[in-house]
Design a protein around this ligand. Structure first.
Ligand code: UDP
Length: 235
């Protein structure tokens, strides 16, 4: 039913294929894992299946609650059908709790709950290692318009509210996450993926990490953590 035509893009974690419909792509999720801007490489068994299924579940939920996104349908365990968007080269990060690059940059310990969610932008450019920028740079350098930034801000914060509640019901803390947005017709819609590759997810009881930090930091039980998240979401 869903016919894959030629692959036209291969990223670090996904392949994107054209379909017989111009406005629709097929995304195929890989098991390949990279960290530190591609310096660390490996494989996480079944990661592609977990990330595809988790993203599908979350995109569906967001769609129902009014956050328009690129998801159309789940095709199989590793593949989904999506709307073809023009990706805006911004990594939009939402943080609820200090962790990762932010904690390091500011000399803070991980795990401090912030007074309100903090939004952060990076310019999506591997050669430059996704440098930190702010919304003024994005507008001044024509990466996105003022109106697009406002849409992105509103959608990112709404996504955070929805996902925080969704995860806490599964006894998972949503520490931080990265979103990407795209242009579709004359609108801005959410795209890319939402998975343990792109979110920091901690067990709410013991703060155990259930995300890509297990791979980045060689904490072991990487596959198990990804599977555990999917199992909890499905339960
Ligand atoms: N993140 C991502 N892709 C990136 C950079 C970050 O998905 O290229 C996610 C990361 O998994 C985390 C959040 O964005 O959930 C914040 O990451 P941070 O800025 O702390 O960078 P990191 O410590 O991951 O390098």
């Amino acid at each position: 039913m869903y016919k894959k035509l030629e692959m036209f893009y291969e990223g670090k974690a996904k392949r994107v294929y054209k379909t017989v419909v111009d406005q629709e792509y097929i995304v195929s999720y890989k098991d390949d894992a990279t960290a530190f801007n591609g310096e660390k490489r490996g494989t996480i068994l079944n990661k592609g299946e977990v990330n595809n299924q988790m993203s599908a579940m979350i995109f569906k939920l967001l769609q129902e609650l009014g956050v328009e996104n690129h998801f159309i349908a789940l095709i199989n365990e590793r593949e989904m059908l999506v709307k073809a968007v023009e990706i805006i080269p911004l990594e939009v990060i939402v943080r609820n709790i200090t962790a990762g690059a932010m904690a390091k940059r500011l000399g803070l310990e991980e795990g401090i709950r912030m007074k309100f969610p903090v939004l952060e932008f990076s310019y999506k450019n591997d050669q430059l290692s996704d440098p930190f920028i702010n919304d003024d740079y994005a507008v001044a350098l024509n990466i996105a318009s003022q109106w697009e930034i406002q849409c992105i801000r509103n959608m990112a914060l709404k996504t955070n509210e929805i996902l925080r509640e969704f995860f806490i019901e599964k006894n998972i803390l949503l520490v931080d996450f990265k979103l990407e947005f795209g242009r579709y017709e004359n609108r801005i819609i959410l795209a890319d993926e939402i998975s343990p590759d792109t979110c920091r997810l901690w067990d709410a009881t013991n703060n155990e990490k259930l995300d890509k930090d297990r791979f980045r930091r060689d904490l072991g039980k990487v596959e198990e953590a990804y599977q555990e998240v999917l199992n909890r979401l499905k339960a």
